[in-house]
Write a protein that binds this ligand. Sequence first.
Ligand SMILES: Cc1cc2nc3c(=O)[nH]c(=O)nc-3n(C[C@H](O)[C@H](O)[C@H](O)COP(=O)(O)O)c2cc1C
Length: 191
Amino acid sequence: MTIIRSPRLVVGITGATGALYAVKLLQRAAELDVETHLVVTPAGLLNVHHELGLDRKALEALAFQAYSPGDVGACIASGSFDTAAMVVAPCSMKTLAAIAHGFSDNLLTRAADVTLKERRRLVLMVRETPFNLAHLRNMTAVTEMGGIVFPPLPAFYLKPSSIDELVAEGVERVLALLGLKGAEPQSWQGL
Ligand SMILES: Cc1cc2nc3c(=O)[nH]c(=O)nc-3n(C[C@H](O)[C@H](O)[C@H](O)COP(=O)(O)O)c2cc1C
């Protein structure tokens, strides 16, 4: 008998602005029956609380499994733990720099390092403006390693009527990019 299990998605949340992306992504992944493995940095938690009023418990309840960023012995720190992909939503310039340089100093950056070394899909929803040269070079380095840099920029041509709708569409595009079945971003049908 073949056992079919839900795909596993590693989700990292860092201290860049845009916590709503993280929350909507976790909620939508659950709807798609995706097993989410969550790691949130201390700055990530600070921003989730500041922007959305959620505490650690409420945030972690949205995931299948949550880990502490200091827990470098967790299963997602090893390539032998089979995952489909990883997304960092939102991704700070600090975490981008760590990933770009293979600096696996916490569970989030280690899991990203593992995702790249196993040649699995890694999407970084980077958030900063404007960019300095270090940011640009780090995004280039991640791209050269096979990662995907996906700044959460709105598709105004889809005419979103609310922030929720705008964020939901960005999340749907990322889930499709991660190769998760059932994600259905809107497609442009021409004028
Ligand atoms: C309200 C707030 C918004 C922030 N927004 C950003 C941002 O958009 N991009 C960014 O790179 N850093 C941002 N930062 C700074 C990061 O949180 C900070 O560099 C932190 O050390 C990142 O750590 P982490 O990558 O381990 O989460 C913000 C900080 C605060 C308090």
